[in-house]
Design a protein around this ligand. Structure first.
Ligand code: ATP
Ligand code: MG
Ligand code: MG
Ligand code: MG
Length: 529
């Protein structure tokens, strides 16, 4: 067989002194992970691509194995018509372009429109659902302020999943299951993370969670309670509401939270009267063991029209039943958010934005602390926003035609690489968790000692497979190879000088990163022999 020799394509600029002061996105370029071409755009180089693929596969494996999701890949070009239908064509982050026939398209920044338009062809009855599909593809957003190469790119790699269910109950179950899968994915990645209640923003829907890394370089702020541990994005977090006032047409609605009994009391009374408090409390007592069912808006209005009483009725709702799942599974359930989405517009007057140092709105005991964070994932219960706009309907059990309930779930794969690099780096360079280091082990021999290198390689081939980095730029001496291996964050470095051969030295790069299972020196040595 013809033996081929290629140069290692290993562009790098090594100057150890600068490692500490270079910002991560420059260090990534310096060491040859990637190259930025324009603000927010990068070319991926071999070692960067290896790490990116590893993160991608951690996400993919969990989506397949635990999420039972099926992978698809949608076109990046999406026709204007779809985005006009859902009202998102005017989004200023869209990259827009025209074909030769002057038809307009955008480069997909996320794919709710396209996936809904695709899946509606395959879903006709409730028997076709639940369905869960995902893709890991480049997304495009014309960000106003692209930042730090990967953290806010204009082209970036995102995993986006979409769920389709036949009713709200199943949709919420799916939302919970996907959040469980997210916890596994972020645990796999090995960096401590925080999940937080969040705002749905432009994507829409009424229930949403974000996943964050706490780091001073982050652009988001989370408020976390020092008692119950609940975190919320500051955009979403509100202080504990003792009571809330809202209305349904001519009916006033007052919610009062009774913490002692873990109940929420809800009073309905005519808009032009004051609430008769004694009467209300009496009615509430009476109703404690009453129905847990929620009244829909129509139902309440109908009862109101048929009655002239001062206090129409009261409802005692157990907080644990405020959602279809039990409270013990969701200790951080955002009551206020739920009420807002289920019981209509709450008077603006009663909305309180929370700040650091205030009492937590969930447990009403702890204090809120603010942290800067990097958003790395986001899950949304969408409801029927996209299915209604794009007429994605199905026939339910009672032969009724309804809009499909949807959810969507994103992870910023390339942002993860930028964020993890930034969080874990030290003065020697990057110090990736070993699962996402470009290689797990390097073989550093002095230039020309190829035979020694081959002997070592043969010994570790079986356990390390294609995780061995043995090609270095021929111009690098032994010392430079070792520091390059450390700088790009390879956990194990096998060093063999011609003098001490056949003894080798194994260096473990840096301290073990948290619960990472980089073998200790001794274990590594055992593995070799
Ligand atoms: P941000 O608040 O940082 O602008 P977003 O809330 O607009 O992000 P989502 O629409 O929730 O982002 O997208 C899902 C995930 O995609 C985010 O959680 C994030 O990890 C990633 N992401 C979003 N925008 C970018 C970007 N410009 N560059 C890299 N990753 C991104
Ligand atoms: Mg954004
Ligand atoms: Mg965000
Ligand atoms: Mg988001």
């Amino acid at each position: 067989m013809l033996k081929r020799f290629y140069h290692a394509f290993q562009p790098r600029k090594i100057s150890r002194d600068s490692f500490e002061i270079l910002p991560s996105h420059e260090l990534l370029q310096h060491l040859g992970f990637l190259r930025q071409t324009q603000s927010g755009l990068v070319n991926w180089l071999p070692i960067g691509l290896r790490s990116l693929n590893k993160i991608e596969n951690i996400v993919r494996n969990r989506m397949n194995d635990e999420g039972h999701a099926m992978e698809v890949q949608l076109s990046t070009l999406s026709p204007k018509g779809l985005w006009e239908t859902t009202g998102r064509w005017s989004n200023t982050e869209l990259f827009k372009l025209r074909d030769a026939r002057k038809a307009e398209f955008c480069l997909t920044p996320t794919c709710e429109e396209d996936i809904t338009n695709l899946m509606k062809n395959y879903i006709s009855t409730y028997k076709d659902m639940p369905l869960l599909v995902y893709q890991i593809t480049k997304k495009y957003r014309d960000e106003l302020r692209p930042r730090a190469g990967l953290l806010r790119g204009r082209e970036f790699l995102m995993k986006d999943a979409y769920s389709f269910t036949g009713n709200r109950e199943d949709a919420l179950k799916m939302f919970d299951q996907m959040n469980a899968v997210y916890s596994q994915i972020f645990t796999d990645l090995g960096i401590p993370f925080v999940s937080a209640w969040a705002d749905s923003g432009d994507i829409g829907g009424d229930l949403s969670k974000e996943y964050h890394y706490v780091h001073p370089s982050g652009e988001d702020t989370l408020l976390t309670c020092n008692n119950c541990g609940t975190s919320s994005n500051i955009e979403k977090c509100e202080s504990f509401p003792q009571e809330m006032n809202t209305h349904l047409g001519d009916v006033n609605v007052k919610y009062t939270l009774n913490k002692a009994h873990d109940t929420l009391i809800c009073f309905y009374y005519p808009k032009d009267r004051q609430l008769n408090w004694n009467l209300a409390m009496e009615a509430a007592e009476h109703d404690v063991d009453g129905s847990m069912r929620y009244m829909g808006e129509d139902e309440v209005l109908k009862i109101f029209q048929e009655s002239n009483e001062d206090l129409l009725f009261s409802r005692v709702l157990r907080i644990m039943d405020c959602r279809l799942s039990s409270r013990s599974n969701f200790p951080d359930f955002p009551l206020r958010q739920y009420l807002k989405s289920n019981f209509g517009q709450i008077d603006d007057v009663s909305l309180v934005e929370a700040h650091e140092g205030e009492i937590c709105g969930i447990c009403n005991e702890g204090l809120l602390k603010a942290n800067k964070t990097i958003e790395v994932g986001h899950t949304f219960h969408l409801g029927t926003k996209y299915s209604e706009a794009l007429a994605a309907q199905f026939t339910d059990r009672d032969n009724k035609i309804s809009a499909i309930e949807m959810g969507c779930y994103g992870i910023g794969v390339s942002r993860l690489l930028g964020a993890i690099g930034e969080i874990t780096r030290d003065k020697q360079g990057f110090r990736w968790p070993s699962k996402i280091a470009p290689y797990r082990v390097s073989i550093c021999v002095a230039p020309g000692n190829n035979e020694i290198k081959q002997r070592i390689k043969q010994e570790i081939q079986e356990t390390m497979g294609n995780e061995i980095m043995d090609k270095f730029n021929e111009k690098l001496g032994l010392g430079a190879r070792i520091s390059y291996s450390h700088a790009i964050g390879i956990p194990l470095c096998i060093i063999a000088g011609p003098k001490n051969w056949p003894n080798v030295e194994i260096e473990v790069r840096g301290k073990n990163w948290l619960n990472d299972n980089i073998p200790t020196w001794r274990e590594a040595h055992k593995k070799l022999h």
